[in-house]
Design a protein around this ligand. Structure first.
Ligand code: ADP
Ligand code: ADP
Length: 232
């Protein structure tokens, strides 16, 4: 049961007369329920690949199927619809709305999905319960710690029941102890059957994932099961 299949995808950037091949014929597939970390040095193509997987960008060559749907040649608008339905994003910088309560922050993706207010608030509450913030719903982001803010962002990523959770350096702005608390939440989400894909350059964070894919110069250098999974 594949949730992601890419076949020979490349991404070429044209900068004036210079042509940069950021991804070179990448073929990977990821099953539903997998927990995958992408690693690799700066410039190896991680962001480019995550942007394609997250339907923020499309490949220059090759095919990408998300949930058996070919998204390689979709227009911006079509991609936005797929993104809203299929992907839950978690960023290094949380990206919360500062003036909205955390309940409203978490409910926001459901506004775009056209869901009525009552159901939105109910689902946002459930999502916040799942990350242990169910009693803080009326707080504003600046009344919370960094770790709590990232938990709000995770609740927002979950609220649509996405096919995949895409986390870009989710612990990059957090101290070590808080980072491990966030990884503990990812472990629980994985146990509950969620598909998680994260980018990190920290080995100890990548070690929570069950599969580690290493990129170098736009190629998959290594793709292996993690035999040394970190559990709290
Ligand atoms: P990583 O996330 O691993 O640091 P990136 O995907 O950001 O790698 O970059 C891969 C390569 O593509 C690098 O050589 C980078 O300079 C180039 N690149 C990335 N984005 C752009 C862009 N928008 N325009 C031109 N070149 C880019
Ligand atoms: P960084 O990891 O450098 O701190 P972010 O994690 O904030 O950056 O964002 C990573 C990428 O995702 C950026 O290219 C940004 O344009 C894009 N992005 C940020 N927020 C959103 C969002 N809410 N929806 C879609 N794309 C976003």
């Amino acid at each position: 049961n594949k949730v992601i299949t890419t076949e020979g995808i490349s991404r070429i950037y044209q900068m004036g007369t210079e042509v940069i091949k950021a991804l070179k014929h990448i073929s990977i597939s990821i099953d539903r329920g997998e927990y995958v970390a992408f690693m690799g040095p700066s410039g190896s193509g991680k962001s480019t690949l995550m942007n394609i997987i997250g339907c923020l960008d499309t490949p220059s060559e090759g095919q990408y199927w998300l949930n058996n749907q070919d998204v390689s040649d979709m227009t911006e608008n079509e991609l936005a619809v797929v993104r809203n339905k299929e992907i839950g994003f978690v960023f290094q910088s949380f990206n919360l709305l500062p003036r909205s309560t955390i309940l409203d922050n978490v409910a926001l993706p459901l506004v775009y999905a056209g869901i009525g207010r009552e159901e939105r608030l109910e689902r946002a509450q459930k999502s916040l319960d799942a990350v242990g913030l169910g009693t803080r719903v009326s707080h504003k982001p600046n009344e919370l710690s960094g770790g709590q803010r990232q938990r709000v962002a995770i609740a927002r990523a979950l609220v649509n029941n996405p096919s995949i959770i895409l986390a870009d350096e989710p612990t990059g702005a957090l101290d070590t102890k808080t980072s491990y608390e966030i990884m503990d939440i990812f472990n629980k989400l994985h146990e509950n059957g969620n598909t998680i894909i994260m980018v990190t350059h920290e080995e100890d964070i990548a070690n929570y994932a069950h599969r580690i894919i290493r990129l170098r110069d736009g190629l998959v250098e290594r793709d292996e099961q993690n035999m040394d999974i970190t559990k709290i």
